[in-house]
Write a protein that binds this ligand. Structure first.
Ligand code: GDP
Ligand code: IMO
Ligand code: MG
Length: 424
């Protein structure tokens, strides 16, 4: 039995989708356990780019089972669009199952996400405006609707009428927005339910049966450690728990069942959305990383903020997630710069600190302590598949990351393709 968790160690977009796609070759099940269509996971297979927002990134593997578990919030229209797009492409795909316990993103969640961001003004969080925060808030407030509820038309209708009067009062009276039509919503969502019905089931039994039968189950993280509601740079975070602990709640798996936790990171750092970023290069270096690494959001198309690799973050992620291995992407990208900086510590008031500050004020006052590395810009490493074949400065950079984080490096990405990976 293997239950392998793949998590982001930074602010998302580390290339989790790529590793899920690669590792799913040897897995039986792939399970998304948190987040929603705020995620954008890119897979490049046979030269074609596939972006998944809700569907697990193991979907391009026939004979596997992909599961959207209870911890995910689902926008049914987005899910149907993704399913139909795959069908049109006539690609052989895995089987898909959706948890009856997963919460549904309703039109008022999307509306409120937009209205709240607008009203926050300068204090906006830079959300993806997909209704994620309001959907998770309603789940906690116990006014959410679950996928299973969509299958009982009378119950669903009753729920919508019960909830919408409160939501519309907030939309109109607090934000001055346009109220949502209950009948239109009910009809739309019952239409979605008809399409999704064949996939909706009690997925927890499926996951447990798989583990009992010693199958290999991959748990696909969305977002990342520093977007985690509890451990990220609050309030500039998402509203779920993307960390490895999120698997226990988001898929109903006991902690002792997890056998491996792989942390995905880039050889630099990127962030989309607002919030502190200690090693950010808001200058020509950041611009160069963005252009070389094609750092534009998969979900919103926003340019990603770019900067040097921050190992204080990765060390913290190693602890919070209990990482057993690291996957480093974009070694090809960072090597194209003239030289490279690596943040190994933070200094606060002139002193090195050994923790990741929870206070944003304190965090913003931290100064990065850098080590400088030679780049390998004269080498195209995108075709290299063995560590020993990498140029010396690239190996030195990787070894230093391993030394500081004290987490063994398992994979190195030298390009976006499924095969552009070095296995250690
Ligand atoms: P995710 O959200 O963590 O799955 O990551 P995204 O798909 O949003 O962003 C990662 C981007 O980097 C995608 O465009 C990938 O195709 C690309 N990518 C992943 N690994 C590598 C790599 O090693 N080198 C290069 N050049 N691109 C990569
Ligand atoms: P993947 O899975 C990068 C960011 C948003 C915003 C914050 C809150 O592709 O790594 P939300 O809409 O979740 O309420 O927005 O979180 N964010 C992501 N950034 N990658 C993601 O997912 C993200 N999902 C959310 O930009 O700053
Ligand atoms: Mg992404």
């Amino acid at each position: 039995m293997a239950a392998i968790v793949v998590v982001g160690t930074q602010w998302g977009d580390e290339g989790k989708g790529k590793y899920i796609d690669i590792l799913s070759g040897d897995a039986d099940y792939v399970v998304r356990y948190s987040g929603g269509n705020n995620a954008g996971h890119t897979i490049v297979y046979e030269g074609i780019k596939h972006a998944f927002h809700l569907i697990p990134s193991g979907m391009l593997r026939k004979g596997k089972t992909c599961i959207i578990a209870n911890g995910v919030v689902i926008d049914p229209l987005i899910l149907i669009t993704e399913i139909e797009r795959l069908k049109q492409q006539e690609i052989e795909t895995a089987e898909l199952l959706i948890s009856d316990r997963a919460h549904v993103i309703m039109p008022w969640h999307i509306e409120l996400d937009n209205l709240q961001e607008k009203m926050r003004g300068k204090e906006a969080l830079g959300t993806t405006k997909r209704g994620i925060g309001p959907a998770y808030a309603d789940k906690a407030e116990r006014s959410g609707i679950r996928m299973g509820d969509l299958l009982d038309a009378d119950y669903f209708r009753e729920k919508v009428y019960g909830i919408i009067k409160i939501k519309n009062a907030i939309i109109e009276k607090v934000y001055g927005g346009t109220p949502i039509d209950p009948e239109k919503t009910i009809n739309e969502y019952l239409g979605y339910a008809e399409k999704l019905k064949p996939y909706i089931t009690d997925v927890n039994s499926v996951i447990h049966r798989a583990l009992e039968e010693s199958k290999t189950v991959l748990f696909e993280g969305a977002q990342a450690t520093f977007l985690d509601l509890d451990f990220g740079t609050y309030p500039y975070v998402t509203s779920s728990n993307p960390i490895s602990g999120g698997v226990c709640v988001g898929a109903g798996v006991g902690p002792k069942m997890i056998t491996e936790v792989l942390g995905v990171m880039k050889a630099y750092t990127s962030r989309v959305g607002l919030g502190p970023f200690i090693t950010e290069q808001n200058n020509e270096i950041g611009d160069k990383i963005r252009e070389l690494g094609h750092e534009y959001g998969t979900t919103t198309g926003r340019p990603r903020r770019c900067g040097w690799l921050d190992l204080v973050m990765v060390k913290y992620a190693a602890r919070i997630n209990g990482l057993t291995g690291l996957c480093i992407n974009h070694l090809d990208t960072i090597g194209k710069l003239d030289s490279i900086k690596l943040c190994v510590n933070y200094k606060l008031n002139g002193k090195i600190i050994d923790y990741y500050p929870s206070s944003l004020k304190e965090l913003s006052a931290c100064e990065p302590v850098y080590e400088e590395f030679e780049s390998w810009k004269d080498y195209d490493i995108s075709r290299i598949r063995r560590f020993e074949m990498l140029p010396v400065p690239a190996r030195e950079y990787i070894r230093r990351i391993e030394e500081i984080t004290r987490v063994p490096i398992k994979y190195i990405g030298v390009g976006p393709g499924r095969d552009q990976t070095i296995t250690m």
